[in-house]
Every structure is written in C-alpha cells, then in structure tokens.
Design a protein around this ligand. Structure first.
Ligand SMILES: Nc1nc2c(ncn2[C@@H]2O[C@H](COP(=O)(O)OP(=O)(O)OP(=O)(O)O)[C@@H](O)[C@H]2O)c(=O)[nH]1
Ligand SMILES: [Mg+2]
Length: 203
C-alpha cells in the first residue's frame, strides 16, 4: 500500500455508537503495551499519529484510521491492564468484543503478542474467542528488535504452542523500531483488501 492520505476518522468510547463504515477494516488486538498503536504508526509511516506510551492503558477508545479512502486500520484498547478497575476492564472488554462481533466490514483481526514472552492466559482466551467467532486471527509477534536474531524462530514456535494455533496460522514478526516485517504485513493486508475489490468487480 502506498500511503497517500491518512485521516483519524472516528474515535469511539464506551458509550459511542460504532460507525457504519462501508470500506474494509482490519483491526489490531492484544494486551496493553504490546505495541498495537506503534504497529499502526509503523504501517502508516507516522511517528506518533496513533498515541503510544510506555505506560500500559494508553489507547482507551476504538480509533479508525482511514487509509487512502480505501480501508481502515482499527486501533483497539488493550486488555489485561492491571491498573484499570474491574468495572472499567469489563466495559473495555465489552466494547472490543462488541466491535469484533458486529462490524460488517472487518476483513481480518491481527492478534499481537510480545515476541519475548509466552502468551498469557488472557492472550489464549482472546485467541480462542476470536476463533470461536469465526475469525482466523493472524498473529504479529511484536518488539522483534528486543531479542537476538538466533532466538526468533524458537520464540515464534513458543507463541504457536502457547496459543495452540490452528495449522497454517500466519505469524509475522515485527519491530516498530526497525520496521522489520512492515512490508510483509502490508502485502497481506493488501491481499485482503484487493480481494474485496475484485469481488466487487465480478459482482
Ligand atoms: N523496542 C520496541 N519498543 C516497542 C515496539 N513496539 C512498541 N514499543 C514500545 O512499547 C510501548 C507500548 O507501545 P504502544 O504502541 O503504546 O502499545 P499498545 O499496545 O498500543 O498499548 P495500549 O494502547 O496501552 O493498549 C511504547 O513504549 C512503545 O514505544 C517495538 O517494536 N520495539
Ligand atoms: Mg495503543
């Protein structure tokens, strides 16, 4: 995707109505601080359009970035952030699940896992829930720059095992620091969006 034009078009809080978008969407889920907003900045070639923070719990709304008037990248709040109250956590959970459940334009869900750590129980619950909802989650192993190159395959295997992913599940390693993995992720997103365009032509 050659980025020509980006707009943060919609920001949805807990009580907002979700937009009735007509363009395809791809969404990025994962625990707080895993690097969702940083990945979206990396994909958009922007330093800080999506706000990021070393403190978990930065993104508290669902943010829709319109790319080239062709599609949306959707930044979700993280789960598993200990400092948020139980009731707040529940509301965020409901907001995320409601979006994933009801969006008509969602073409793919990416689940981000920190490449340094085995997936947590929350990660596994999220993965299983997505599969149960009929998604084929694509995994992005984030913070690739934080481990040695010789560790990469071993850690990716640990993510595969920890989530017990379905055979054939794609796992893309990515670093927001070096942008390694960016082109592969865009190629994959492009293939999803272009698929829809060719469907429209043939209809
Ligand atoms: N070294 C390194 N740091 C990263 C990478 N991706 C994210 N970070 C850092 O990790 C922290 C969290 O990144 P965010 O992008 O805000 O994470 P998030 O998943 O959006 O977090 P919430 O919005 O709180 O759910 C920030 O300090 C980032 O700079 C990466 O690939 N490499
Ligand atoms: Mg964020």
């Amino acid at each position: 995707m050659v980025i020509k034009n980006i707009e943060l078009e919609t920001v949805c809080g807990i009580t907002s109505t979700l937009p009735d978008n007509t363009l395809p969407e791809v969404a990025f889920a994962g625990k707080s601080n895993v690097g969702k907003s940083s990945l979206i900045n990396g994909l958009m070639n922007r330093k800080s359009l999506a706000r990021t923070s070393a403190q978990p719990g930065k993104t508290q709304t669902i943010n829709f970035y319109n790319i080239n008037q062709a599609m949306y990248l959707v930044d979700l709040p993280g789960y598993g952030y200990a400092k948020v109250s139980e009731s707040e956590k529940k509301k965020w959970g409901v907001m995320i699940e409601n979006y994933l459940h009801t969006s008509k334009q969602l073409r793919a869900v990416f689940l981000l896992i920190d490449i340094r750590h085995d997936p947590s129980a929350n990660d596994k619950t999220m993965y299983d829930w997505m599969v149960y909802q009929g998604f084929e989650p694509i995994i992005i192993a984030t913070k690739l720059d934080k481990i040695k190159r010789s560790q990469v395959q071993k850690n990716i295997k640990a993510i595969r095992t920890g989530l017990d992913v379905r055979p054939g599940t794609k796992i893309f390693p990515f670093s927001a620091e070096t942008k390694q993995g960016r082109d592969e992720i865009w190629d994959y997103i492009d293939s999803l969006v272009l698929e829809q365009e060719s469907d429209e032509v043939s209809e």
